[in-house]
Ligand binder design. Structure first.
Ligand SMILES: NC(=O)c1ccc[n+]([C@@H]2O[C@H](COP(=O)([O-])OP(=O)(O)OC[C@H]3O[C@@H](n4cnc5c(N)ncnc54)[C@H](O)[C@@H]3O)[C@@H](O)[C@H]2O)c1
Length: 417
């Protein structure tokens, strides 16, 4: 449990149960107000959830225990769950990221130190039970999606070949969609929308409020439904009390949105209205990451298993003058499964930074849109065509030629023996 799920569920007016084996995590999130109630048994969790649903009130409930116990109970009792995912740290499944069922969190910590072989065996057995419980719930109508924590890959590695799409290996993905394939890719990344971030370096909350207002003014909520969601998000950010540490925000925006907002912030810094601001983004974005199990899982032209998008993003950002650049391995889905290119840019109010914003952010976002467009993702093609029109020759993305797949297949069969 990161706490984010409970908070997100309440913002979306849902009722959520989040399993967590480590009580200290639940206590922290309850103190922060990100989780409202805590239950000690699956029965109690479900009862509390049903009560909130009957009252039609948004609610975040932590279940102190193992997710497998909760799901097996729900499956046996035929409790309907609309939406289900997993956010245990499966990217690090054998080193403590995932707790075996049947032992407490404290026993898991001891076993991890004393007997790695037994620990591994228990993790694998738990993953198999976890898979079977989800399978039963999906058969009853639950929508399950992989959250990008390498859960399905871990289940596959634990010996469940049934979870692989081709029944053989992990090269064609898994039977349930990763949320990038089904949701984030087609609805957001393909247009260039991704998690733009900023930190108010003054540490002043007043500065954060001023940046919220500036970001809101830069969004036209009538343009697309994604813009309406983003507008509502930033409008309500203060009310939803999202800051637990640094005075920072995250806001989904496309390339132009990120540029407009960054320019506005830089202007506020120039006018002395706020202190300097550092902008950046999550690695889980349109362009910065190559990860076939997550960020690039909806790039279907075969290039999703290469690492060039992140490297080009990183190198272009370096050349264009970002303050900080990073190229690293493993973010999110784990070491060996992803390459990430990241950046940070300090807005100091200078005109030079205005120029960097225009050229580097465009590169940072549109490189990924271009790549998705070459894979013939519908919305990326639309976005690239619109980009070319707007740039009118100053920047240009090549557009793929569309062919009839069947005609290509027939030609290959005819001439290639
Ligand atoms: N898609 C995204 O945007 C995104 C964002 C953040 C994190 N992630 C991924 O999600 C995973 C979790 O991230 P995090 O920051 O929340 O990690 P975390 O380690 O802080 O939290 C995971 C929690 O799961 C608990 N846990 C482990 N096994 C359990 C079990 N069997 N039953 C109940 N609880 C169990 C742990 O005690 C821990 O508190 C990581 O793999 C991360 O890469 C994805």
């Amino acid at each position: 449990m990161s706490g984010a799920q409970g908070k997100a569920a309440e913002i979306a007016h849902a009722v959520a149960i989040v399993a967590e084996v480590d009580k200290s995590r639940i206590d922290t999130r309850m103190e922060q107000g990100w989780i409202k109630k805590c239950a000690e048994t699956p029965e109690e969790s479900i009862r509390l959830a049903k009560e909130s649903m009957e009252r039609k009130e948004a609610m975040s409930i932590a279940y102190h225990g193992n997710i497998v116990d909760l799901l097996e109970y729900a499956s046996a009792e035929r409790i309907h769950i609309d939406l289900l995912s997993d956010q245990t740290s499966c990217h690090n499944v054998y080193n403590g990221g995932y707790c075996p069922v049947g032992i407490t969190f404290e026993e898991r910590t001891r076993l991890l130190q004393e007997d790695q072989t037994k620990f591994r065996k228990l993790v694998d057995e738990t993953l198999v039970r976890h898979f079977n419980a989800i399978k039963g719930l999906v058969a009853e109508g639950t929508y399950f999606f992989d959250y990008g924590n390498a859960f399905m890959k871990s289940v596959f590695d634990a010996g469940v070949t049934e979870i692989s799409k081709n029944g053989r290996d992990d090269k064609d993905g898994f039977i349930w969609p990763s949320y990038v394939e089904d949701i984030m890719g087609p609805m957001l990344f393909d247009y260039g929308y991704g998690p733009f971030r900023w930190v108010c370096l003054s540490g002043k909350h007043e500065d954060l409020k001023a940046t919220d207002r500036a970001a809101m003014e830069a969004i036209d909520p009538e343009r697309r439904y994604q813009d309406r969601d983003n507008y509502n998000w930033i409008r309500d950010a203060e009310k939803n009390q999202l800051v637990v540490g640094t005075e920072a925000r995250i806001l989904y925006q496309d390339a132009q949105g990120r540029i407009d907002i960054a320019l506005k912030f830089n202007q506020l810094v120039r006018e002395g209205k706020i202190g300097p601001v550092m902008i950046g983004r999550d690695h889980h974005d349109v362009s910065g990451t190559d990860s076939p199990f997550r960020e690039t899982s909806n790039i279907k032209d075969g290039s999703n298993v290469t690492a060039d998008m992140a490297v080009q993003c990183y190198a272009g950002n370096a050349a264009r003058g970002m303050s900080l650049i990073a190229l690293h391995n493993g973010g999110g889905t784990g070491i060996g499964k992803a390459i990430n290119g990241g950046f940070g840019l300090v807005l100091d109010g200078s005109e030079l930074v205005d120029d960097i914003i225009r050229s580097a952010i465009s590169w940072d976002v549109m490189g990924g849109v271009a790549r998705r467009n070459w894979a013939r993702n519908e919305h990326s093609m639309e976005t690239s065509i619109a980009f070319n029109k707007e740039k009118n020759g100053s920047d240009h993305i090549t557009i793929p030629y569309l062919t009839d797949d069947e005609a290509v297949k027939r030609a290959v069969e005819k001439y290639v023996k």
